[in-house]
Write a new protein. Structure first.
Length: 379
């Protein structure tokens, strides 16, 4: 009987420990992210960036006297699977969830108030759609600048140089639709509206899916605003250029240089403009960029060139770990949440974080770069 009582107490202690979000030997950080499906490339690159930071952190001794165990789980870009995995994480020792990807999944997570149910802080999310931010959730901490910041910058710059006839190409998923609405809203303030609106496919394109090329040809806009994940956006650029259309193209930061240069080709990529919401990846005078490049060489995949999605994963992990560091000697889910919302005007080496009890968006940073003939993004 004594042995049974002792065992029961041990089990109870383990359950309490798991529910508090503290692991016995390691701090468990779970990344529920698409590693397969239409945005698998984003998932893989973002998880690499986070892993690089956690590996560097562990090599230096960890945080709160513990190592970080970074577990990556594929949600296959399926909303129901994302929710199932989040609920599963609530029952283990997961202290926090980092950087889920997918507007369909996160829209459903927020609509069904899954985060209020599981009570686990989530740091970072792609995309930066405003619909995921307002009203958002107490448990969801955005790191990147939102899509409104990016789109307002695109429209402002276009109007400054006399480009008033803007066409919008977008994917037919929540963040694409929300992005179109933001362009319309931004143009309306100047008494304008898009001269064309068209969708690009999320899956493999069939001839019938390429109507957007003819839409651009007919309307002859001054510029195309492209709101899309990387592969789909790169395909759209390739199709527009292959059709002989030389119209300027500006993308939100989801479409990355590597994808465009690989899929569309270097010649077609040249001159495409992109908004970035993280610092210039080649500017090593910025401490967090210098650290990222050094850590990527040491802990990243062999012979791989770092990219902005890697950087986003890295910076997001660094934001989370700063919250854990401030969360006390034995951090819990709630103590980390409180620590994160106390991170106001915190400089992480050139990337400033501005959370508060009423603000869950860390950064408003954005700038526009242009792909050069050597497939480098220049500012």
């Amino acid at each position: 009987m004594a042995f049974a009582m002792k065992t029961s107490r041990g089990i109870l202690a383990s359950v309490v420990l798991a529910l508090s979000g503290v692991a016995n030997a390691d701090i468990l950080i779970t990344q529920i992210i698409p590693m397969t499906g239409p945005v698998a490339r984003d998932g893989k690159e973002a998880s690499i960036g986070a892993k690089v930071f956690f590996d560097a952190l562990n090599a230096a001794g960890g945080v709160a006297k513990q190592k970080v165990r970074h577990v990556i789980i594929d949600d296959q870009y399926k909303p129901d699977e994302t929710i199932r995995l989040m609920r599963k994480a609530a029952g283990d020792a997961t202290l926090a969830i980092i950087l889920p990807i997918g507007s369909p999944s996160m829209t459903k997570v927020l609509k069904e108030q899954v985060l209020e149910e599981v009570k686990i802080p989530v740091v970072g999310v792609i995309p930066g759609a405003e619909t995921l931010r307002y009203p958002g959730s107490r448990y969801l901490f955005h790191v990147r600048a939102g899509d409104k910041v990016q789109i307002d910058r695109i429209v402002e710059q276009a109007l400054t140089v006399g480009q008033k006839r803007l066409a919008v190409l977008h994917v037919e998923i929540p963040f694409g639709k929300a992005g179109l609405a933001l362009v319309e809203q931004s143009l309306k303030q100047a008494g304008l509206e898009p001269v064309a609106r068209a969708t690009v496919p999320m899956g493999p394109a069939k001839p019938a899916d390429l109507g957007y090329v003819e839409t651009v040809r007919k309307t002859q806009p001054d510029m195309v605003v492209l709101i899309s994940p990387p592969s789909q956006g790169a395909d759209a650029i390739k199709n527009l250029r292959t059709a002989g259309l030389t119209v300027p193209i500006t993308t939100l930061n989801y479409v990355d240089t590597n994808s465009v240069c690989t899929i569309a080709g270097e010649e077609n990529a040249k001159g495409v403009s992109m908004v970035q919401v993280f610092p210039n990846i080649r500017n090593k005078t910025i401490p967090i960029v210098r650290d990222f490049n050094e850590h990527f060489k040491r802990h990243g995949p062999a012979n791989a060139e770092p990219n902005y999605t890697n950087l986003e994963g890295y910076v997001t992990a660094r934001v989370l770990v700063e919250g854990i560091r401030r969360g006390g000697a034995t951090p819990t889910r709630e103590s980390v949440l409180k620590a994160l919302e106390g991170m106001n005007d915190v400089d992480l080496g050139g990337f400033r974080v501005n959370y508060s009890p009423t603000n869950r968006v860390a950064s408003g940073f954005s700038e526009i770069g242009i792909i050069s003939k050597s497939c480098q993004l220049i500012f």
